[in-house]
Each structure stands twice: as structure tokens, then as C-alpha cells.
Design a protein around this ligand. Structure first.
Ligand SMILES: [Fe+2]
Ligand SMILES: [Fe+2]
Length: 137
């Protein structure tokens, strides 16, 4: 795996981090309930930290972070829909980071170290959203 391919994978992750950050910032304001709103806001800030870590890795390897995002799906305006959408974004992130860690492997240990750290945080995020979703049932 050459550096161009690594930059491409990191930019793919970067664009998903932008999507999650935008969805969470919006949803934190729309949620009327205090606890899920605060958790969503805090996790949105985690996603922005992930953007910074990824941008740092990209630039250090001669790339540029792509400032794009997918079409946004917020999960609607009710708490259940928003939490379900957020849990699904985290599941997508967990699967994607696992895949990228696997394919990059020994080609770049620094990148894999950072992606592992992010992966742990995405698992925790998914747990936080799932727990709050469970409470609504
Ligand atoms: Fe993230
Ligand atoms: Fe996350």
C-alpha cells in the first residue's frame, strides 16, 4: 500500500467525521431532552478532534484534507429517530475503521495507531447512543 492510497483512505474517514460532526451539532440543538442532547454535543466535539487527528496525518503525508460531506440525514426531528441515526453512523464508523486498520496493516504504523484509538472512541459512542435508545423502549 503506497502513501497515496493511505491518504485516500484517511480522506474517506475524514469526510465521514465531518458528516457525524454536522449531524450531532444540529441534533444536540433539536433534542429537547437534556441528557441525550449533552451527550450528542460532547460526542460531536470528539468527532471534530478525530477530524484534527486525521487532517494531521493527511498533511504530514503530503495530502490535503477534503472538505466535503455526504448528503446529511439527521434521522428526523424526534429523539428516537435521531438516536437511531446516530447509532447507525457510529456502527458505520466502527466497521470502516476496522477495515482500514486491516488493509493498512504494517504499511504505516503511526496511522494504524491513531485509527485504533479512534475506533475505541467510536465503539464507546455507539454504546452511549444505544443505551439512550434502549431507555426509550
Ligand atoms: Fe469519529
Ligand atoms: Fe463517533
Amino acid at each position: 500500500m503506497d502513501v497515496k492510497e493511505i491518504i485516500k483512505l484517511l480522506n474517506e474517514d475524514f469526510v465521514f467525521e465531518i458528516e457525524a460532526a454536522l449531524v450531532y451539532v444540529r441534533n444536540a440543538f433539536i433534542m429537547k431532552e437534556c441528557d441525550p442532547s449533552r451527550v450528542t454535543e460532547a460526542i460531536g466535539i470528539d468527532e471534530m478532534r478525530h477530524m484534527n487527528w486525521l487532517a494531521d496525518l493527511i498533511v504530514k503525508r503530503g495530502g490535503k484534507p477534503s472538505m466535503e460531506h455526504h448528503e446529511l440525514d439527521f434521522g428526523g426531528d424526534d429523539l428516537k429517530g435521531m438516536l437511531a441515526r446516530q447509532a447507525s453512523l457510529e456502527s458505520g464508523a466502527v466497521e470502516r475503521y476496522k477495515r482500514h486498520i486491516e488493509v493498512i496493516g504494517d504499511a504505516d504504523k503511526e496511522v494504524v495507531g491513531v485509527l485504533r484509538h479512534i475506533l475505541d472512541e467510536e465503539k464507546r459512542h455507539r454504546k452511549e447512543f444505544r443505551e439512550r435508545l434502549e431507555r426509550l423502549k
